[in-house]
Write a protein that binds this ligand. Structure first.
Ligand code: HEC
Length: 269
């Protein structure tokens, strides 16, 4: 375990540049091996346990728990709900990913202000944010289920199309789009494989890895965080947390990668 963490840290340090290269050598197999070595011990379980407590605890100005929150399968149903998001929610007449939905319940049911929710969505290694705990609990309850993200509602299709458009929109000082780094097969930045998120196979593999516990930062990160960080890689301003554009990007990737078995929060380098 100790060796592997050192090795992963070295990998993290090796990744710094932005040169895109075709993957031709066995380094990818090496990275897979490190993941395997870390595989049986995922600290995301601590987030899950804290999240379950937070879910059941009376909190917020209204002093209620989240146990009646409707995550898409009816009030209070947590099991399997994540595997069917992002989805259209009639009560808000919009498509939401799970992170946005849980926050919506915190606002409407517990009475927590939007300003408070927005204050600190992404925690730190020694102080995770509450949404990171809650989300880890909720997603883990879909472990072993097949991702079955709906696309019947017109707004679910519209979110996919908006997400696809944002994915291909070139902007910023380097004129990058998401597709610049994630629109071709076998791209990587130094040692980091870049999934081709326009293709079902790669999108499946990438999508089911989130939320993820990252060894290089010692904490769980959510998909909203992942997109924020990729906006940074794209040299764009930080997107607004829970925004329509971010939800649309997540919907696009989720629908593209539909049909894989969700294995719970993954371990990443
Ligand atoms: C400059 C290149 C670059 C751009 C542009 C970029 N990304 Fe990324 N992306 C990366 C890198 C590098 C990683 C792997 C990071 C890591 O693991 O440290 C990554 C990882 C990801 C992952 C996780 C993949 C996995 O297998 O876990 C997703 C999802 C993702 N990016 C989505 C996006 C989206 C959406 C956009 C556009 C808003 C975007 N990226 C733009 C470089 C980029």
């Amino acid at each position: 375990m100790k060796f592997s963490i050192v090795a992963i840290a070295a990998l993290a340090a090796a990744w710094a540049g932005t040169a895109l290269a075709q993957a031709k050598d066995p380094t990818i197999a090496g990275i897979e091996k490190y993941r395997e070595m870390l595989g049986d011990d995922n600290p995301a379980e601590l987030y899950e346990a804290r999240g379950e407590q937070a879910w059941k605890k009376k909190a917020g100005p209204k002093n209620v728990s989240l146990e009646n929150c409707d995550l898409g399968l009816g009030p209070g149903v947590v099991k399997g709900a994540y595997a069917q998001t992002p989805r259209y929610f009639a009560d808000v007449d919009r498509v939401m990913d799970m992170e946005t939905r849980i926050n919506w319940c915190r606002m409407t049911q517990q009475g927590i202000s939007e300003a408070d929710i927005r204050k600190r969505p992404f925690g730190s290694a020694d102080k995770p944010s509450e949404i990171e705990d809650l989300l880890t609990y909720v997603v883990t309850a879909s472990k072993g289920m097949t991702m079955n993200v709906p696309s019947n509602h017109p707004k679910e299709r519209a979110a996919y199309e908006l997400g696809q458009a944002v994915f291909h929109m070139r902007a910023g000082p380097y004129d990058f789009s998401c597709a610049t780094c994630h629109g071709e097969d076998n791209l990587r930045i130094r040692l980091q494989e870049l999934p081709n998120l326009t293709k079902s196979e790669d999108a499946k593999r990438a999508y089911i890895g989130w939320p993820a516990y990252r060894v290089s930062t010692s904490r769980v990160h959510t998909m909203q965080w992942r997109i924020n960080d990729c906006f940074r890689q794209q040299r764009l301003p930080e997107p607004r947390y829970m925004s329509e554009a971010v939800n649309a990007l997540i919907t696009y990737m989720a629908q593209t990668g539909n049909g894989a078995e969700y294995k719970g929060p993954a371990l990443k380098r």
